[in-house]
Design a protein around this ligand. Structure first.
Ligand code: ADE
Length: 411
């Protein structure tokens, strides 16, 4: 038997490559066609193994890549090392980088004048519009990976401040229906388990926000045996949560019963001063949204007498009323801080959409606005996913197609 001579980072990257068959297929095509020859791609995505593979596939397609993370705490240092040493990708970042370093790395990406930007959360696109306006004219466009990024970009578009074409990868069916729901549903618990080693069964588990991420978390919490409570601001989503079998109540009431509170709203101050003071003693707080603003850290500091780290990624806060609260991962997205991010087969779909959308950006003449991922790309990824799962589906007959195209054959 041969001795394993691979570095930890390379092992992780090779593992995901062998579990991302859709991107394998696209990788081969990009390589064959040299689709990104002489194209500079600047990327700011959570820098872990699946993301590393996306950058490798784009590089295999001929692109010149610079990549950094989109979050100071989500990087995997072993992957960064391997990406640089084994795959020759220009990579910036480290787990636990300071805010100054975070922005310095984003500047490094734009200093390279990328033709295409691949962003997660829109910090890179926002920096382009604030400090690199001289590059805007030559930027072909950007892809945005996540809900929070799309919310920010829509605000830019509405104010007529968006100056490049953007592909909204987040809202492709093959992205949000799987990545946001099943990806977040699974990886949030990966993070909570490894940070706390506590039991979900028998607990009261509060999920703030019933978007696709919140749905996934609530579904998995229920499967693990928790009593699940959902908080919402949208009446329709609140009804959906109730009819999916969850209790629905305002946060101020939910904090009184919660053993765990996980935020997934994309908004700020979802758990704020009064809520914190009214939490049950010993409650665990975590965030699955993009930014660390959902649990108000300012308020948590303000109502606390002291805090200390009691486990890796678990900070114990002693409140002025004597209660103890446990904040996971400094309030940053727990699935990547303490977990390994979404599973490979999920990111396979999201990052296949990213690669194909980047190619689309390159080959089309687009206006400065937000575009959906073309339906053809979404369906293509769906077809490859079905194939990878060994699933065959039915097809319409000619008569059925005709039937569906007519309106007068009621009975
Ligand atoms: N891995 C890479 N990007 C990710 C994301 N946006 N969410 C979860 N895991 C990821």
């Amino acid at each position: 038997m041969s001795v394993n001579a691979y570095s930890e980072g390379k092992q992780k990257i090779e593992w995901v490559i062998s579990h991302m068959p859709i991107l394998n297929n696209i990788d081969n095509k990009l390589k064959e066609e040299r689709s990104f020859k002489n194209v500079k791609i600047g990327m700011a995505l959570h820098l872990e193994a699946k993301t590393a593979y996306l950058s490798i596939a784009l590089k295999n397609g001929g692109a010149d890549i610079r990549i950094t993370s989109c979050n100071p705490l989500s990087s995997d240092d072993s992957v960064i090392k391997s990406l640089h040493e084994d795959y020759g990708v220009s990579v910036y970042g480290k787990k636990g980088e300071s805010d100054t370093e975070y922005w310095e790395y984003l500047h490094n990406i734009l200093d390279f004048s990328p033709d295409i930007i691949i962003d997660d959360g829109a910090d890179l696109i926002s920096l382009l519009h604030r400090e690199y306006t001289h590059l805007i004219h030559d930027t072909k466009g950007a892809n945005e990976e996540t809900t929070t990024g799309i919310v920010r970009l829509k605000a830019m578009e509405k104010k007529r401040e968006l100056k490049i074409p953007v592909i909204d990868v987040n809202d492709a069916s093959m992205k949000h229906l799987f990545d946001n729901r099943y990806g977040t549903g699974q990886s949030t618990f990966d993070g909570i388990f490894s940070a706390t080693n506590l039991t979900i069964a028998g607990s009261t588990f509060v999920v703030a926000g019933y978007g696709w991420c919140g749905r996934g978390i609530a579904m998995r919490a229920k499967g693990l045996g928790a009593e699940v409570v959902v908080t919402e601001i949208d009446p329709v989503k609140a009804i959906e949560a109730r009819m999916d079998g969850f209790s629905v109540m305002p946060m101020k009431k939910a904090v009184g019963v919660a053993d765990f509170i996980v935020t997934a709203t994309g908004c700020k101050d979802v758990v704020s001063k009064k809520d914190l003071l009214n939490c049950k003693n010993g409650a665990v707080l975590a965030n699955a949204g993009h930014f660390n603003k959902e649990v108000s850290l300012k308020d948590l500091d303000a109502v606390s007498k002291s805090h200390r780290t009691v486990r890796r990624y678990v900070d114990e806060y002693v409140l002025e009323n004597g209660k103890k609260l446990y904040l996971l991962g400094e309030g940053r997205l727990i699935n990547l801080v303490a977990g390994q991010g979404h599973p490979a087969e999920i990111m396979d779909m999201s990052f296949s959409l990213q690669a194909l959308s980047a190619k689309y950006l390159l080959n089309e003449k687009l206006k400065s606005k937000i575009y959906p991922v073309p339906a053809k790309i979404d369906r293509y990824v769906a077809m490859l996913k079905l194939k990878s799962m060994g699933i065959k589906i039915d097809h319409l007959t000619k008569e059925q197609k005709l039937y569906l195209s007519e309106w007068d054959e009621g009975t």
